[in-house]
Design a protein around this ligand. Structure first.
Ligand SMILES: O=P(O)(O)O[C@@H]1C[C@H](O)[C@@H](CO)O1
Length: 329
């Protein structure tokens, strides 16, 4: 696909889909796609029993029993190529699973060893703008928990808003702003099942402080300390990129990187007691100016992820190794 496809901010067409889903919308549910009703209906479908059924299905398809779940963001999917002795499970073949509709998200679960550490890896995630409610986007996190994962490593591609950030840098997430939650759109909305977690979870320490410290140490060890930052991420609904006025507002709010995912996954993971580590790959700069010649482009964003594959693999695999060793203690 030509780089020119998305010049001036035009997006990529949705991937053609099977499974009764076209253009990112489940045709059977088309009449339901309208705000809160759609959200509540879709979210309430993923009961504890349904999620347990999914987890059991996966456990029957692999011998691995990983403690670490990894979500690979846009363009970061090639990290999964490093997994050895892997079992590949297409989303289409998992009962009750949605499909990935975004370019750069393959759409499969991989159980395998990352430099010797057993992991469960989502090669492709679900986004709100694909037409899935937040609870559905984050549902695989609960599946990870039921499969036996105690830790989540979430990654994403994001626009760098902090003036010091450069394309290709990594921002370790120290916190986030759940702006969609401000408006009452939260993956935990609806009846609370206490088998997952409490009605009112605390988000104070959502990003594990010790893992953050370890990641900085690893960053120094692998020589990327000058390209490594710690910052605040925000998830917007997308799929459009931000206006200049929006970027100016987000900067005032203390946002360092802008994306369209991860927050609802972390919220769900914290709710069910998982320990979280997350980072953003800065794939483009969010410069709040009207005088720019280029705007963010999805194809370029995917390309930056591929370009940084070695560094990202090194960071993620060393983090996984560290967590693995800690769990053994
Ligand atoms: O899945 P992530 O959050 O990495 O994907 C980002 C946000 C949009 O889905 C896409 C924009 O190019 O990349």
């Amino acid at each position: 696909m030509s780089d020119k496809v998305c010049q001036n901010g035009n997006g990529t067409a949705a991937k053609p889909l099977t499974n009764g889903i076209a253009n990112g919308v489940d045709e059977k549910n088309e009449e339901k796609i309208a705000g809160v009703f759609y959200n509540a209906k879709e979210a309430s479908w993923y009961t504890y029993d349904v999620l347990q059924e999914i987890a059991n299905h996966l456990l029957a398809r692999t011998q691995l029993r990983p403690k670490i779940g990894i979500i690979l963001g846009t363009g970061l999917g090639s990290l999964a190529n490093q997994l050895t002795d892997a079992d590949y499970i297409d989303y289409q073949t998992i009962p009750h699973f949605p499909v990935s509709t975004v370019e750069g998200h393959v759409g499969r679960l991989i159980f395998g060893y990352l430099k010797g550490v057993p992991v469960m890896c989502m090669q492709g995630r679900f986004h709100y703008y694909e037409g899935y409610p937040l609870a559905k986007c984050a549902m695989p996190v609960r599946v990870m928990k039921l499969v036996g994962c105690s830790h989540l490593i979430a990654t994403n591609a994001a626009g760098g808003l902090h003036p010091d950030y450069k394309v290709g840098d990594i921002m370790l997430m120290k916190d986030h702003i759940n702006i969609m939650g401000f408006a009452g759109n939260n993956p935990l909305q609806g009846p609370n099942d206490s088998r997952f977690g409490p009605r009112f979870p605390n988000m104070f320490n959502a990003y594990d402080f010790k893992l953050l410290k370890k990641a900085k140490e690893i960053g120094r060890d692998i020589g990327i300390e000058n390209n490594l930052h710690e910052g605040v991420y925000i998830c917007l609904g997308g799929p459009n990129f931000e206006t200049v006025a929006e970027l100016k507002m987000l900067r005032i709010w203390g946002v360092d990187a802008v994306g369209m995912s991860t927050v609802h996954e972390i919220t769900t993971a914290v709710h069910c007691g998982m320990t979280c580590f997350a980072f953003s790959l800065i794939t483009n700069l969010c410069i709040p100016s009207y005088d720019l010649e280029e705007s963010p482009c999805h194809e370029d964003i995917v390309g930056i992820g591929k370009r940084q594959e070695n560094t990202l693999t090194e960071l993620v695999s060393r983090m996984a190794k560290h967590i693995h060793m800690e769990l053994k203690k």
